[in-house]
Write a protein that binds this ligand. Structure first.
Ligand SMILES: [Ca+2]
Length: 325
């Protein structure tokens, strides 16, 4: 029954596997618990053009081209392209045309309506019904909050992959010593979003670091032939051949899985805020049990820090091995 499904908007800096966004979307597409109202793209791992063309192609591969895709922000709210950004990580600033995804560009096109317009329209027409799944920089979400004063109080729930919390185990950053990539790309957007009043569940690096995708798990994953496992083989096979003893973290996939089965993760209720001063702590998220000086106005949220890894990866494998629709 449609009424039992969780209506979600999937906001993503999408790139084909081995990037996590595409594996997270596979999981969502293959999970009957969800009704995916739309996919909104944002610059992050790569440019918004790349995010959009890869997402469109993924929907064709999964035989779910009826799901609409909306193009979002091509730049963070404030953060300008810097030598550091270009040198170190991410390609969100690129204005080069994206390379063709596996199998070529989709014939399906993105919608004319903007991502922010779609997000606002959808939430406002179904007050307190829609869950936002935000697994890229929070630029689109912050714009929706800023553009429509009634938006935040009408979102049912927001699940974010982002941040790293030093108060909990494994709280180091991944782009600077203490900053996580999604928040670092657009810390002003993260600040606006985390302080918006929307009920938030945060899936930070702390919980990502409880995952370990080894070659053994990968081999199990691709042991059944479907369009999705074929794509995983094409795009991930080489890395496991080259470094068979290495394991890889999973990020966005955990955020999505935790909506399907909240018992997969352990959370702690913390105040979380984000720094955007242009210094050594740019983009750093800080979590505390109580408000601390400077964090007045910060909001409490559920912060994931532990994961039932075997149960999570078994669910992931079971879902991607199901026949596509
Ligand atoms: Ca992402």
């Amino acid at each position: 029954m449609a009424q039992d499904r969780i209506p979600i908007i999937f906001d993503t800096d999408f790139v084909m596997p081995p990037h996590d966004d595409s594996m997270a979307l596979m999981l969502a597409l293959q999970s009957p618990e969800f009704e995916i109202l739309g996919i909104t793209t944002v610059a992050g791992n790569e440019s918004v053009e790349r995010a959009t063309s890869d997402a469109l192609r993924m929907l064709e591969i999964a035989n779910q081209a009826a799901i609409p895709v909306y193009v979002g922000a091509n730049m963070p709210l404030v953060h300008a392209k810097s030598d550091y950004a270009v040198r170190n990580y991410g390609n969100w600033h690129s204005d080069e045309s994206p390379e063709a995804p596996p199998g070529g560009f989709a014939t399906k096109k993105a919608e004319d309506e903007s991502a922010v317009s779609f997000i606002i329209r959808t939430v406002m027409s179904q007050p307190q019904q829609v869950t936002l799944v935000a697994i890229g920089p929070l630029t689109n979400i912050a714009q929706a909050i800023r553009n429509e004063p009634g938006f935040a109080k009408n979102v049912k729930r927001l699940v974010i992959m982002g941040g790293a919390v030093a108060l909990l185990p494994d709280g180091a950053g991944n782009i600077t010593p203490n900053a996580e990539f999604n928040f670092w790309v657009d810390p002003e957007a993260a600040y606006v979003t985390l302080r918006s009043g929307i009920p938030i569940e945060l899936s930070p690096l702390n919980v990502s670091r409880k995952s370990a995708l080894t070659k053994d798990w990968y081999d199990k994953m691709v042991a059944v032939d479907t369009p999705l496992t074929r794509l995983l083989k094409t795009t991930m096979g080489e890395r496991f051949e080259a470094e068979p003893d290495r394991s890889w973290f999973m990020y966005d996939q955990i955020a999505v899985a935790s909506i399907i089965d909240p018992s997969l993760v352990t959370t702690e209720r913390l105040y979380v805020d984000v720094n955007f001063d242009h210094g050594i702590s740019y983009g750093v998220s800080v979590g505390g049990q109580d408000i601390w000086p400077g964090a007045e106005g910060a909001q409490q949220m559920d912060v994931q820090f532990d994961l039932d890894w075997p149960r999570f990866i078994e669910m992931f494998i079971e879902r991607v091995q199901k026949p596509v629709k």
